[in-house]
Design a binder for this molecule. Structure first.
Ligand code: GDP
Length: 469
């Protein structure tokens, strides 16, 4: 299939979802106002429309998915996905294993950012992207890592077989010069000047292939850095394999991440388990069109130990996998210990290996699982439901969309857009509308999500012509 075909097919898939978000939310509002006016027959009618509409949406989405598998497109997708990923992985291997480490240009990254596991891994991946873009070997300093005193290499393979020595002739803080042998990176929040290749930028030399292959090339790109970074040590792999076997983790399974404790009220809102389960049910209802489902299995991860027992009690028709003791170890007081590492490794691994993710993208735990998920399928960009944010990367450059259709504001809060307008997107309200700023008119407000698409930030990265295509 051509790039245009693939882009259009995925736009239709998203369009059907957005259309349903819109109609559903409008009908819910109507139902509520009907109830206020004590007109139960109207409420009932609306509920019937909601039920049929939902069924219709699920069947349409299934049809579009089937379309993506036709005429051997699936086979092409997996071959291309493997080829493209191999190319990037070979480039990273080349970058990390210079012929002479004593002469290599290096970038030093200190893992000890004082934040959680997801945040630290994102910090390491930001460093790695900076290293790739400046063609410097990444040296990760992980001494006294808060999640493992022994350091990174006790959990993951070292980033290099030949070059882990941070020394060099001269050393400077970012940005230094091209000739400075060793450059030390600050955390992204302190980075100055900010280069153009920070996420969500994608490399020009691979962009056409990435856009053709993947529904969100920006995340695919991040995923490639995660793929290299997070290569497990055999011990870690064994631990995860055993955990998987013990809990009988099997497809089909939906991964649910419920982030509570210190996050609620500060960086995110509270969401009840019922909100997550609505989308879990959707996933299985859609699957049920194609196959008989014996068990509706859910892997439930949380930092709140009360969630798993509550879910089991409330949803006896589901089988919940998960471990309350992991959730206990994930609570704020015990979080940053060697023993909590096992829990977060297991949880993120299982979430990433689920068939679908339901979570809040405000949490780095779930964003990380989603990024890893992209390395396990040719295109897993639609295998998620976030209850709050759209995907983002901490410290990212501007995320923009481009208007494909014009829109005249006709409700309070809406903004007008014209074809080609650039919109800085702040979020999707999952009710048919996104919020953003029209860079032409400077107006901020709501616009119909289906009328705009992501504007990719395509940037020149080094071509790595030494590495065979
Ligand atoms: P964020 O704060 O949710 O954006 O993500 P971070 O990863 O930066 O920090 C949260 C930390 O809380 C994690 O790294 C874990 O240590 C812990 N945590 C949060 N949710 C979970 C969970 O579902 N399972 C486990 N095992 N730990 C969690």
């Amino acid at each position: 299939p051509s790039k245009e075909y693939e882009v259009r097919r995925r736009a239709i898939y998203r369009g059907v979802q957005e259309n349903w978000y819109f109609v559903q939310q409008e009908l819910e509002k109507l139902k509520k106002s009907g109830r206020d006016q004590s007109a139960p027959e109207i409420s009932n009618l609306i509920q019937e429309i909601l039920n049929s509409g939902k069924e219709h949406e699920i069947i349409l989405l299934n049809d579009i998915q089937e379309l993506s598998n036709m005429e051997n497109h699936d086979a092409w997708r997996s071959t291309e996905s493997r080829a493209l990923s191999d190319l990037v992985q070979r480039r990273l291997h080349y970058l990390q294993n210079p012929a002479d480490c004593s002469k290599a240009r290096k970038l030093i990254c200190n893992l000890n950012k004082s934040c959680g596991y997801g945040c630290q891994i994102h910090h390491a991946a930001y460093c790695f992207i900076m290293a790739y873009a400046t063609k410097r070997t990444l040296i990760l300093n992980s001494k006294k890592w808060r999640y493992h005193r022994g350091g990174w290499e006790k959990v993951f393979l070292p980033l290099s077989d030949t070059c882990t020595d941070p020394s060099g002739l001269d050393r400077s803080n970012w940005p230094g010069t091209n000739e400075t042998q060793v450059i030390e990176l600050p955390i992204v929040d302190m980075l100055s000047p900010r280069p153009p290749f920070l996420p969500l930028a994608i490399p020009r030399d691979l962009s056409e292939r990435m856009i053709r292959l993947h529904g969100d090339p920006q995340v695919w790109w991040i995923g490639q850095f995660m793929k290299y970074l997070l290569r497990y040590q055999p011990e870690t792999q064994k631990m995860l394999d055993q955990a998987k076997e013990k809990m009988k983790f099997e497809s089909p399974v939906v991964g649910v991440h419920v982030r509570r404790t210190d996050k609620v009220g500060t960086e995110a809102a509270f969401h009840s388990i019922d909100e997550y389960m609505l989308y879990v049910a959707d996933f299985f209802d859609k699957l049920e069109i194609k196959e008989k489902i014996k068990v509706r299995r859910v892997y439930l991860a949380s930092d709140d130990p009360s969630v798993l027992p509550e879910a089991k009690k409330k949803y006896p028709e589901y089988e919940f996998l998960g471990d309350v003791s992991i959730a206990k170890g994930a609570a704020v007081a015990t979080r940053y210990t060697d023993s909590s590492l096992r829990g977060i490794l297991v949880d993120i691994h299982m979430l990433a290996h689920s068939d679908h993710l339901v979570c809040t993208f405000s949490s780095q735990v779930c964003r990380l699982a989603y990024e890893i998920m992209q390395t396990l399928h040719p295109d897993a960009s639609s295998k998620f439901k976030s209850l709050d944010d759209i995907y983002y990367y901490g410290g990212q450059g501007p995320h923009q969309q481009i208007a494909m259709y014009s829109h005249k504001a006709h409700r309070p809060g809406e903004i007008s857009i014209e074809v080609g307008d650039v919109l800085g997107i702040a979020g999707n309200h999952w009710d048919g509308y996104s919020k953003g700023t029209n860079e032409r008119t400077k107006q901020s407000g709501l616009y119909p999500s289906f009328k705009a698409v992501d504007k990719y930030n395509i940037i020149d990265f080094p071509p790595y012509s030494e590495v065979a295509v």
